[in-house]
Structures are given as C-alpha cells and as structure tokens.
Design a protein around this ligand. Structure first.
Ligand SMILES: NC(=O)c1ccc[n+]([C@@H]2O[C@H](COP(=O)([O-])OP(=O)(O)OC[C@H]3O[C@@H](n4cnc5c(N)ncnc54)[C@H](O)[C@@H]3O)[C@@H](O)[C@H]2O)c1
Length: 334
C-alpha cells in the first residue's frame, strides 16, 4: 500500500539508524513499494558497549535487515570520518532515525553528543544535497505534562527527552535560515510492532508482556497501572507518518500517535483475549521518578499538514503483531 503519490523510484534515500526498529521498517516499506529506489542505510549497529544502566548503547541488528537489498554502511554519526563516507551520494530524502533511543540513558554528555551534535552534521548534508529531512523527535519532550500533548508546550524529564527538544529547536532555526529546505520533526509516541525485538528491555511493553504470557508467567505491571496511560502507535502508522511527512505543507515538529491513550492493563487484556489465557497480573512498585502517567498525542496539525491518518487501534495493532510476537518467543536477542 502506497501512502503518498511521491514516486521514490530512482530517488536516493539515506536512512540513519536503518538497522534499528523504525529505520528498518521505513527501508522495507520503500523497498517493497518502489523497486527502483536507492536506499543507503547508515548505522553503527550494536557492539559490546553498554550504558551505565546496563542496556546496550546502540541496538542496530543485522537481523532487522535480512531481505534488504540496498546499501548498508556501518558508521557512527558521531564520527566526521564515518559521515564522510556519505559524501559521494546525492540524497533526495533523509530519514534520520539514529540516536541513543534509550529514555533511561542518563549519561548526559553521551546522549547530547550522539543525539544533538550529530544533527548539525546531518542537516549540513541535507542542505548540501537539498534533501528533504524527516527526523525522529519524541513524546519524551513532553515529560509529565497533562494530556493531550501539544507541540509548543514541552517539559522533558530526562536527558533523552531534552536532547530531542534541542533537535526540534535546532531544526526550527535551521529551517528559518534555509527557507527552501523541508525539515520535519516527528514526535513518536509509544511505537510497537515488528523489528523492535532486538531493543531488548527498551522494546515496547506489548512484546515484553506478550512473551511473559507465552511463558505462562503472570504478566507484571507497576502498581496503579490501570491509571498509567500511553498513546501506543503501531509501526505501520509510524512509517505512514514518515512517508507522508515528505510532503508536509509547512516545516515544523509534529506529533505521531493515535490520538487515543490506553492503559498497560488494556495491553494485557487484549493479549490474553487473543492468546486465550487468564493469568493473574502481578503488580509491583514503580521504581522510577519522572514516569509519564498519561500521554496522548494531539495529532490535529499532523492531519492537517501532511494528512497523517493512523488506522491501527491497539486491538488491531496487537492482533496483526501477534504472529511475530509468537515467532520471536524464545529467540536469542544477541
Ligand atoms: N520506538 C519508539 O517508541 C520511539 C519513540 C519516540 C522516538 N523514537 C525515536 O525514533 C528513532 C528510532 O527509534 P527506534 O525505536 O527505531 O530505536 P532503535 O534503537 O531500534 O534504532 C536506532 C538506531 O540507531 C542506531 N544508532 C544509535 N547510535 C548511533 C550512532 N552513534 N551512529 C549510528 N547509528 C546509531 C542504532 O544502532 C539503531 O539501529 C530514534 O531516534 C528514537 O529516539 C522512538
């Protein structure tokens, strides 16, 4: 299914972070719909580096790219030498997804360098090539602000959310200084779906709870989880947003969610219904400060300015994701 009337055939497209969840999903969408597209993925993949919180520094995984026929460059967005490998291309579109994507990465220097400093370099590449730039921002920019979250009112509560807000501010200035460029930031809410598995503990609760239930274990939730709400958005709708954003009416930062918030308990209820189980939920105290209690994207402007139209309810998203959740059950994450 094509989301846009842009013909991406014979276009050259850079996807940073293309070995990760969202980047690889964009790559496969383009490859499947435009046989003559030229896609260049730039990703540092995973190595043995860990954040102080015990999670991997980067989550790119070759298994997300099996079947991908475009070019893959292993490089780090923090390295000018690595970025110079991109100087021989003329990109029509850039989907910039590479980042420290872990909301609990608290080494501020590391998060700012990777997420913020590199953005200047990627914007320079976009300017030189006159590429359309669509980059990943995040709902983490809103912190604990009440729902619905609206662009223009932000209060990040972790270095990650702050780094994404800085990117939005940089994009705003850059777009003003370069009015001929197209620069769009997309604030993804809680994305779930195929190709997130290798994000391990930072993958969505949908796959994590799905695997707990498949193991016949009590699914575990924080206390008061029926009051903790999130805007869970299925990967296909996020790909749709990225593609449609290439035709945005005006530069800016836009929300990408469903516009509806659901509880973590809803996820378990849907999974148990689909898997015909009735396991008791085990509740435990929430150890985190600054935990968002309710996110719900205001998507009015995304609808108006690039015809974003999310189609997957949580029920539909989980249902179409379940075969993949089952396939990955027991799979090695390394
Ligand atoms: N998944 C979500 O729910 C969500 C929500 C809001 C925002 N986002 C943002 O969307 C983007 C994609 O997220 P994702 O869920 O696909 O995460 P992901 O971790 O699967 O993908 C990020 C990719 O970037 C790569 N990367 C990390 N550091 C790099 C570096 N220094 N140089 C080159 N590559 C590097 C990783 O290897 C990985 O493949 C990220 O910018 C993330 O912050 C995601």
């Amino acid at each position: 299914m094509k989301y846009s009337d842009i013909n991406f055939n014979n276009k050259t497209i850079l996807i940073t972070g293309g070995a990760g969840f969202i980047g690889s999903s964009i790559a496969f969408y383009l490859q499947d719909n435009y046989p003559d597209v030229n896609i260049i993925i730039f990703d540092c993949f995973r190595n043995n580096e860990f954040l102080p919180n015990g999670n991997l520094l980067s989550y790119g995984h070759y298994k997300n790219l099996i079947g991908f026929r475009g070019e893959v460059i292993c490089g780090n967005i923090n390295s000018k030498d690595d970025l110079s490998l991109l100087s021989n291309y003329k990109f029509d579109y850039i989907f910039h997804q590479a980042a420290i994507s872990d909301t609990r990465a608290y080494n501020q220097e590391m998060v700012m360098k990777t997420n913020v400093n590199s953005f200047y370099d990627l914007l320079k590449i976009a300017k030189k090539n006159q590429s359309v730039m669509v980059y990943a921002s995040s709902a983490a920019t809103y912190g604990g602000l009440p729902s619905p979250q609206v662009v223009g009112n932000e209060s990040p509560e972790n270095p990650y959310g702050y780094s994404k807000l800085l990117m939005d501010q940089i994009a705003f200035r850059y777009a003003n200084e370069n009015p001929n460029m197209t620069i769009v930031g997309l604030r993804f809410f809680n994305v779930y779906g195929p190709r997130e598995f290798y994000k391990a503990k930072t993958s969505s609760m949908i796959i994590q709870l799905g695997h707990q239930i498949l193991a016949n274990k009590s699914p575990r939730l924080f206390e008061n989880s029926n009051k903790i709400l999130r805007d869970f958005v299925f990967i296909e709708d996020v790909v749709q947003a990225n593609i449609k954003a290439c035709n945005v009416k005006s530069n800016g930062t836009y929300n990408v969610g469903t516009g509806i918030s659901r509880s973590f308990k809803d996820i378990i209820d849907i999974l148990q219904k689909e898997l015909t189980t009735s396991l008791n939920i085990e509740y435990f105290p929430n150890p985190y400060d600054g935990y968002q209690l309710n996110t719900q994207a205001d998507i009015t402007l995304s609808k108006e300015n690039f015809q974003y139209d999310p189609v997957f309810s949580l029920e539909q998203g989980i249902k179409s994701y379940l075969p993949e959740i089952k396939r990955l059950y027991g799979e090695d994450m390394q």
